[in-house]
Every structure is written in C-alpha cells, then in structure tokens.
Design a protein around this ligand. Structure first.
Ligand SMILES: *Cc1c(COP(=O)(O)O)cnc(C)c1O
Ligand code: SF4
Length: 391
C-alpha cells in the first residue's frame, strides 16, 4: 500500500516552482485607465464606484471569448458581474484561462446546473436562529454583516445572498442577532463575514464590532474578507487603527492563486500584520485555477512571505452553477499529500469539505495510520516509509 502513496524523488523534482509570475501590465497601459490619477486609483471608493459590470466596459480590458460574452449577458438576474479596476488590471487580456479572469468573469458554464448542486449547500439558512446569524457549532457563530462584496467571485458559496441589492443600513438590524449571542453564553467566538464586511464604512463596521465585543462571553473575533486581495486600497491607516482596538481579532483572507499576492496586496497585509492583527487564509480548490500541487504550493509560500498563515482549503461547495470549478476530492487530498512533510508545516492548511446539508467543515486528507492494534500503531511518513509506534 505504501508504495502507491509514496511520492517519488522524480515527482518531488516536478514540484519545482516556476519563476515568479510577473505583473502583466500597469493600469496606465489599459486604455480606459490611462488618464486615471494615481490618487483616484488608490481611493477605495473610486475603485468601488468604477467597478466593471457591463459587457462594454470589460471588453475594453480583455479580449472576451464567446463563452464569456454569453455568460455576462446571462449573469444579469443571477449574481451580477462586478470587478474592481484593480483586479481587472491583473487579468491577462489574451488568456481566457487566466485565473483572475476565470474567478471574475461569468461564462455560460454558470447556467448549467450540476446533478448534486443546491442553492444553499451548507444549509446555512436552516441553521439561522436570528436574521444574519448562522449557528452551527456549539461555541461560535457566523454573522453575515452585508451582502456586498468588492468583487463577485464566480464560485461563491453564498451566491444566493450576495449581490448589489439595496440593503437597509438601519444600525438596529443586527439587534436580534446580538441579542441571540448575548443570551447564549456558550458563544465565545464570532466570525463576521458576508458578503464582505470590509465593504461597510469604517464607522458602520466599528459599530457592529463594538456591539459584539460588548458581550462579555465573546472572547474571540474574526473577520472573513476578500478585500485585501480584490480591493487592497480599502486597507487604510484609519481602518487599521480602528480594527486594532478590538484585539484579539483575527482576519481570514480569501486567496486562490499566487498571482493574487501582488506587491499592492502585500502592502495591505503588512499594514494589518504590523498592527498586530493575525492573518489567516482561506482558499477554494478550483479546477484549472489552483488544482495543481505546484500552483497551490506557490500560493501557500507566497502567503507565508506576507505573514498570512494558511488556514483552510475548501472543496468547492456544490452550489448551483459551479460544476465547472469543482475537482474530484482526490485532487485536494493529493495536494495535501504533496505538501505535508515536503514543506514548512506552517504552509500546510487543512483541506475540508463542508458537509452538504449542514455537516460543517469536515477535514479530509491523506491517511498516515496504516494500522492500529493492541498499543501498536503502524504509520507511514511523507516519503512512504513505514514506522511502528508502541504505546
Ligand atoms: C466556517 C464556519 C465557522 C468557523 O469555523 P472554524 O472551523 O472555527 O474556522 C463557524 N460557523 C460557520 C457556520 C461556519 O461555516
Ligand atoms: S468575496 Fe466571498 S462572499 Fe463575496 S463573492 Fe467572493 S466568495 Fe462570495
């Protein structure tokens, strides 16, 4: 058995990294942005206001394929297209398989509904005891703070919710959720996600954080966001000094490809890390984007370089219209196999499947216990060599 799982020397060699991927172009090289003032470009509100959501605009940035054109036309009514100029500037105009492009531009494949796909695969709506709250695990809750994101990812698990609909900005709309947290003393960890919480203005997000922090039994706060990747301009000195007041507060950042780890993104992550905010990553395993071990390894190494600790790799949830992104589970297990032992333990995240129907995150990975009986464990190491541990 061990022979089948061992990674050969030759395979290890084939994991050698490609040269560092360079930026394709500067934004001024894109005709519609050539006159944009760098101060505007650095203004996150400008980035949000100038997001690309039409066929006309995107076709000035990349050479669209018929699949993309059709996908964009069909996306109205479904989760809309919205791409920050920053993200658009990273896309390869000539390569439809560009990982940044595939995550952001809809294609016709989205209108195909796969056999096991669902609207709400993780049954979050069912486990919601109050508006905007998901309570699945005993000691922690997920708080859905907004439905807006800087960019709408085509593989989004919450595509049933997210989009640029009008939201009420009534500051009391979370009262029931806060009341639920307050009355449930087991809740020691609150994960503020969405949508993307960083789409809220500083004072609105701070108001929400304060209400959660005011609950005495909440020890630990987390924010889940993609903004440092899709809109790094949002991480301003004012924002960071607001956030650091609420320590311990961790930030989990959604990264999928090494090309997302740009110098600009590093600046944003540095600001957070320099303020003592621990950073973790969340990655969705996506076919043709990060499903090769050397690409994933490159991403994880880049993350450590910017002080982001890899946390989870998710199997792409069976949400409607995402079949073209999903890989077999064996692909994810093989990625972990090629990481563990071969590189820094800090670079190895946990690969999880969110149990369809509300099972929560279930870790899946290579099996290192070959047999176990009477105080004797037979184990294999990352090279496939066999060891016996006696209890
Ligand atoms: C992911 C998630 C959490 C947090 O889980 P951890 O494993 O602690 O990161 C909490 N609640 C819900 C509903 C989740 O999906
Ligand atoms: S940032 Fe997150 S919530 Fe928003 S579209 Fe992307 S995956 Fe969905």
């Amino acid at each position: 058995m061990s022979n089948n799982i061992a990674v050969t020397e030759k395979q290890v060699e084939s994991l050698q990294l490609p040269p560092v991927i360079k930026r394709i172009r500067d934004y001024q090289q894109i005709s519609i942005y050539k006159d944009v003032n760098p101060l505007d470009w650095e203004d996150w509100q400008w980035q949000v206001k100038n997001r690309i959501s039409t066929l006309e605009a995107i076709s000035q940035i990349v050479k669209l394929t018929p699949e993309e054109e059709q996908g964009i036309k069909k996306a109205s009514g479904r989760m809309m297209m919205a791409i920050t100029p920053y993200w658009a500037s990273l896309m390869d105009p000539d390569d439809p398989n560009c990982p940044l492009r595939r995550q952001a531009i809809p294609t016709v494949a989205e209108s195909h509904i796969g056999p096991h796909e669902m609207r709400d695969p993780c049954a979050e709506d069912r486990d919601s005891p109050a508006d905007f709250l998901v309570h699945r695990y005993p000691d922690r809750v997920l708080l859905l703070s907004t439905e807006q994101c800087a960019m709408y990812c085509r593989h989004c698990t919450r595509r049933r919710l997210v989009g640029d609909k009008k939201e009420t900005n009534n500051p009391n709309k979370f009262d029931k959720a806060i009341e639920y947290i307050r009355s449930n003393r087991k809740i020691r960890d609150v994960l503020i996600s969405g949508g993307d919480p960083l789409m809220l203005e500083d004072d609105v997000l701070e108001g929400l954080i304060q209400k959660v922090r005011a609950v005495p039994h909440v020890e630990f706060l987390r924010i889940g966001t993609r903004v440092p990747v899709s809109l790094p301009q949002r991480i301003t000195p004012a924002f960071v000094s607001m956030l650091k007041k609420y320590s311990p507060l961790f930030v989990s950042i959604h990264f999928n490809h090494p090309r997302e780890v740009t110098r600009r993104c590093k600046v944003a992550c540095d600001m957070l890390a320099d303020s003592g905010i621990p950073l973790g990553s969340q990655t969705v395993l996506l076919k043709g984007i990060n499903d090769r071990p050397y690409i994933m390894r490159k991403l994880l190494h880049e993350l450590l370089r910017i002080r982001v600790r890899p946390y989870y790799i998710y199997q792409c949830d069976p949400v409607k219209g995402t079949q073209h992104f999903r890989t077999p589970v064996a692909v994810g297990i093989n990625i972990i196999e090629k990481l563990r032992g071969h590189t820094s333990g800090y670079a190895v995240p946990t690969y999880v499947i969110d149990g369809p129907g509300g099972g929560g995150k279930i870790p899946v990975g290579p099996n290192y216990v070959l047999s176990q009986a009477k105080g004797k464990y037979v184990l294999r190491n990352y090279k496939g060599k066999i060891y016996t541990y006696l209890e």
